[in-house]
Design a binder for this molecule. Sequence first.
Ligand SMILES: [Zn+2]
Length: 296
Amino acid sequence: MALLLAVLALAGCAQTPQLKQSADGLTVKVLDVGQGDAILIRTAEQNILIDAGDTDEVKKLKAALDQEGIKTVDKLIITHPHRDHLGGSAMVFKNYEVKAVYDNGQLATPKFYRDYLKTIRDRNIPYKALRDGDTLDFGGGAVFTVLSPTEEMIAEGGHMPDGKINLNLNSIVGRLTYGSFAMMFTGDAEKPTEEKLLKRHRGDDLRCQVLKAGHHGSKTSSGARFLQAVQPEIALISCGKGNSYHHPHPSLRRNYEKRHIDFYRTDVNGTITVVSDGAAYRVTPERGEKNSNKEN
Ligand SMILES: [Zn+2]
């Protein structure tokens, strides 16, 4: 770590947040909660939960958080108001101290969404709608930079060209950086979101060693141009065992294969853990092997 800090100083990275000396550094766990998304991020100072899984997956989520000894969620980030991402929030509010909530500000009608807003209001929990360009300090030197949505996208309300509403399009997409390690979080963002994002961001703003695959490994996401820009070495797919959507989609798997991107999937590998000291990183599945697409 001392060497890393020295290298950063030599490189003139005066604005790089100071990495806290910590045995754990940064830990990201893509939790195995079934088809929904729930990702726990732990830094030297904070616990952050990105999405809370589905309403019928709360037992798994609670068991995972309790196993980690979580009492406080410093930041709860809801990528978009679909049940498989927001549904478990009531359980989180009930069992853990949630210090701040972030979402994309997109209004929705289901009861679980209205209950979620009511809890935030009733408990006076600090709340903010995130927009492209916002940054969140995750503590310990880890920073989350929001890449999508924009104000205009939210105003459009996720309308597709055919007039249908698709709330996935306005999912919060963000890049977590810790030293020279970076990981992309995508919610259920789909290709139109990726294309818009590529017009606003490029190069080093996007490159990541690890990608949380968009939309549970659906063919609607992880387009070729997006993968080309992010250049991930490993993709992590959050999807349920025997899910009716057949995620991850074969075409996505072919895209990964072509680009030599290894991947893990929660339905096969269980919870997937990424640990970084700000320089190197390693990915460990709860069980099984990774799908290797690297050339030997
Ligand atoms: Zn989803």
